[in-house]
Design a protein around this ligand. Structure first.
Ligand code: F6P
Length: 548
């Protein structure tokens, strides 16, 4: 495996941080800002058009020094270089981790098992471009000769969340004459609602599945096939109304999709890291190949920043270390992603998979139980809506919830005062979270004594603020790559494999065992626990299939 590495918790750098935490536990952000009028300028950093203000974290210069020492002692740099060299750093699956190759320029070279993968990447991008252009121009005719006006993306997890999030984020750059729909859930409602008003003659299904074995996706794809064939009256319609994206060409062929309509990717691309691969086809069709390339350029620029920038100016590394400080030393269990742009409303969902499937692990790379925490819970919602839902707990609750505020100087829809009002809130919330409101301030403002405990804000709630000029393909690409590399760096420090996902397997195989029982009533052997068995009986009874 990885060559046993000492637990990070026992490393001197980790112990120094724990010691330091004890020494600074009563320090407040008010004090830190009062002691250094330049703090707001000093603790800021810019890369690829993104400005990160991290001054409102509970860190001193000494904290940062110790955190950078931790990154060095954990070998973030050498592991990063190993990833970029195409080494098999996903040890439990014996795979390289090369999503960075998907956005590397044509003249780059990156080898996996001795093969330069960049020509393969660009060959697929070129085919995607031809496909996207044919659909956008109307040259791709459906079975009955009509042009395609509806794209239905079928996929789940990494084969859904990325394209879905990015299509919404960049909708102001999309061809609005195309209707985009996404079907992920095996719940038939998802398929039925997505297709209820579509004309099959004008609909293209983009079936995305890295493995081409995923129950949800294959079930939806079969339903889509039947829906299409029934409406268009011929099996031959499949050739004009289905394309597939997968690493498993044979499984796609077995399903019956023409080899010419299959776009490949490779096992060195993790599902949740696959937005830049052919999995992005729906997005490319929506926004056009040029905008897609701009997004790839944004990703690549952030890759290069992560690869080359010194630690103290390295945005992904800084975000990673602040997260480690908040989660491992200040005991924060989660963090909130709060985009102040309606078009980024799906970013929290996307980052949830990216982060939680990557770093939600309880053993290290050598299979030993972790002696420290690992990936946090990720959640969030677009501002300002979240302010009227859960910010109460973030401001005054008993749990520490660090937040990432993400905003833009310009809006895709500059209507009246809307954007300045949005951004006033974007700036006000981190200020309120950091500095709070003291009992003394409330008393001075004439607040009755009895209300002061209720109206006080403790402050000291850490936040990062990320600001860019506008939400565009390039800034979106850079933002996603920023989080990818942040998560990578944290995984290195926690000494876990961020690129496997064994934790999703057990539930999948149990569901495969239960499905026939729900249908036939014949209990599998060995029997289930009494709770699951009783629920199966009750379900069957409610469906009129036998006694409870
Ligand atoms: O949820 C598990 C998972 O394997 C994810 O990692 C992946 O993104 C998703 O299922 C979909 O997998 P596939 O693209 O192979 O259908």
């Amino acid at each position: 495996m990885s060559g046993a590495q000492a637990s990070p918790g026992s490393a001197p750098a980790w112990r120094a941080l724990a010691e330091h935490r004890r020494a600074v536990k009563d320090t407040s952000l008010r004090e830190l800002f009062a002691a250094d009028p330049a703090r707001g300028e000093r603790l800021g950093c810019e890369a690829v058009g993104w400005y990160l203000d991290y001054a409102k974290n509970l860190v001193s210069d000494e904290t940062l020094r110790l955190l950078f020492a931790l990154a060095e002692s954990a070998g973030v740099q050498s592991r990063r270089d190993a990833m970029f060299r195409g080494e098999k750093i996903n040890t439990s699956e014996d795979r390289a981790v090369l999503h960075v190759a998907l956005r590397a320029p044509r003249d780059a070279s990156l080898r996996v098992d001795g093969r330069d993968v960049i020509p393969d990447v660009h060959a697929v991008l070129d085919r995607m471009k031809r496909c996207a252009e044919q659909i956008r121009s109307g040259a791709w005719a459906g079975h009955s000769g009509r042009r395609i006006r509806n794209i239905v993306n079928i996929g789940i997890g990494g084969s859904d969340l990325g394209p879905r999030m990015a299509c919404e984020a960049l909708r102001h750059r999309a061809d609005r004459s195309l209707r985009l729909r996404f079907v992920a859930n095996v719940d038939g409602t998802d398929f039925a609602e997505a297709t209820r008003d579509l004309d099959a003659a004008e609909t293209l299904f983009v079936v995305c599945s890295k493995s081409f074995t995923t129950l949800e996706t294959l079930t939806n794809a079969r339903t889509a096939r039947a829906w299409c064939v029934q409406r268009l009256g011929s099996e031959r319609a499949v050739a004009k109304h289905f394309v597939a994206i997968s690493t498993h060409a044979e499984a796609v062929a077995q399903f019956g999709i023409d080899a010419g309509n299959v776009f490949e990717f490779w096992d060195w691309v993790g599902g949740r890291y696959s937005l830049c691969s052919a999995i992005g086809l729906t997005l490319m069709i929506a926004i056009g190949p040029e905008h897609f390339r701009e997004m790839l350029a944004g990703f690549h620029a952030m890759d290069e920043h992560f690869r080359t920038a010194p630690a103290q100016r390295n945005l992904p590394l800084i975000l990673a270390l602040l997260g480690i400080w908040n989660h491992d030393f200040l005991a924060a269990q989660s963090y909130a992603v709060l985009p102040y742009d309606q078009s980024l409303a799906r970013l929290p969902d996307y980052l949830q998979q990216l982060d939680m499937e990557s770093n939600g692990k309880c053993v290290d790379r050598d299979g030993r139980p972790l002696a420290h925490g690992s990936g946090p819970i990720v959640w969030g919602q677009a501002g300002t809506n979240g302010q009227h839902a859960f910010y109460q707990l973030i401001h005054q609750g008993t749990r520490l919830v660090p937040c990432d505020f993400i905003g833009f100087a310009n809006s895709a829809h500059p209507i009246g005062r809307h954007h300045d009002l949005l951004m006033a809130n974007f700036l006000a919330q981190p200020e309120a979270l950091a500095f709070g409101r003291t009992a003394r301030e409330l008393a001075d403002a004439g607040v009755p004594q009895a209300l002061i405990p209720h109206r006080s804000f403790p402050g000291n709630r850490p936040t990062n603020t990320l600001l860019a000029e506008a939400l565009e393909p390039r800034s979106l690409g850079a933002l996603v790559a920023l989080y990818e590399h942040k998560i990578f760096a944290q995984g290195v420090i926690w000494n876990i494999d961020s690129f496997d996902q064994w934790g999703v397997e057990l539930g999948k195989s149990l569901a495969e065992r239960i499905a026939p029982e729900l249908e036939s009533g014949v209990c599998a052997q060995p029997p289930h626990d009494s709770s699951t068995a009783a629920l199966i009986r009750r379900y069957r009874s409610l469906r009129g299939r036998g006694g409870a």
